[in-house]
Design a protein around this ligand. Structure first.
Ligand SMILES: Nc1ncnc2c1ncn2[C@@H]1O[C@H](COP(=O)(O)OP(=O)(O)OP(=O)(O)O)[C@@H](O)[C@H]1O
Ligand SMILES: [Mg+2]
Length: 236
């Protein structure tokens, strides 16, 4: 079976030189895959390549379409939503306005209303705060806003960049449940995380990225049992 996302021999970088050196990975339709790696391993660069935000060489095939060389603004329309690191909400806009910004691929008002209802069902707490300014929300609630905004696209693939960063442990637990629920809707997820415990507990497969190279791949259970992963990433 062909994968939904198939990345082969990807090289990318910035003025100072390449930071990805031949990355290959795949995500099956509806799959949940994580890329774990330390600071500066190149995790965000990898997601930016998929979204067309960083020039790269190699191949990124999504649903049969080659993404390398495509303009960034054409990527969301293909069904890829990217939640970048940093939980960017428009602080002076309401929760509702922030969420609705993600809906620009909606076909008509009925479609828009249906998508909004789905997102509010996923995140009831946002429904209680629709008219609240997003800047006044807690970190965990802001994470719901950016996830909700991404889901308004009804993506086939959701790219998540360090969503747990800076959140309290209890909120990270809630995030874990949220990922499970999103995954159950059939949306494929590619999650990059420094929080290896979270990543491997929620994804079914994982890759370890070190200095721009995939050094290990396997099921989450295999990676959790791997001695190198346990000592370097799980602190065991
Ligand atoms: N816009 C940029 N311009 C120049 N260099 C960059 C840029 N963004 C990232 N880099 C460099 O590329 C390398 C990989 O960065 P990247 O952000 O992809 O790593 P990361 O794995 O996401 O790290 P973190 O866990 O800290 O988010 C780093 O050495 C970083 O300094
Ligand atoms: Mg990063």
């Amino acid at each position: 079976m062909t994968a939904l996302l198939d990345i082969a021999d990807l090289h990318a970088g910035y003025n100072a030189g390449d930071v990805l050196h031949g990355v290959s990975l795949s995500v099956e339709a509806g799959g949940f895959v994580t890329v774990i790696g330390a600071n500066t391993a190149g995790k965000s660069t990898l997601l930016r390549c998929i979204s067309g935000l960083v020039a790269c060489r190699g191949s990124i095939r999504f649903n049969g379409t080659e993404l390398v060389g495509r303009a960034a603004h054409t990527i969301p329309g293909l069904g890829i939503a990217h939640v970048p690191e940093g939980r960017h909400v428009f602080a002076d806009m309401t929760v509702d306005e922030n969420v609705m910004l993600g809906a620009y691929t909606a076909r008509n008002t009925a479609d828009l209303a249906r998508r909004r209802a789905q997102v509010l069902e996923m995140f009831p707490r946002l429904g209680e705060r629709l008219r609240q300014r997003a800047g006044t929300l807690s970190g965990g609630e802001q994470q719901m806003v950016v996830l909700g905004r991404a889901l308004m696209l009804e993506p086939r693939l959701l790219l998540l960049d360090e969503p747990s960063h800076g959140l309290a442990p209890k909120v990270v637990d809630e995030l874990h449940d949220t990922f499970v629920r999103i995954s159950q809707t059939g949306t494929a997820i590619l999650l990059v995380e420094q929080n290896t415990t979270l990543a491997l507990s929620v994804a079914t497969r994982g890759y370890v990225l070190e200095s721009g190279r995939i050094v290990l791949a396997g099921s989450s259970a295999e990676l959790q049992d791997n001695d190198a992963v346990r000592s370097a990433y799980l602190g065991l």
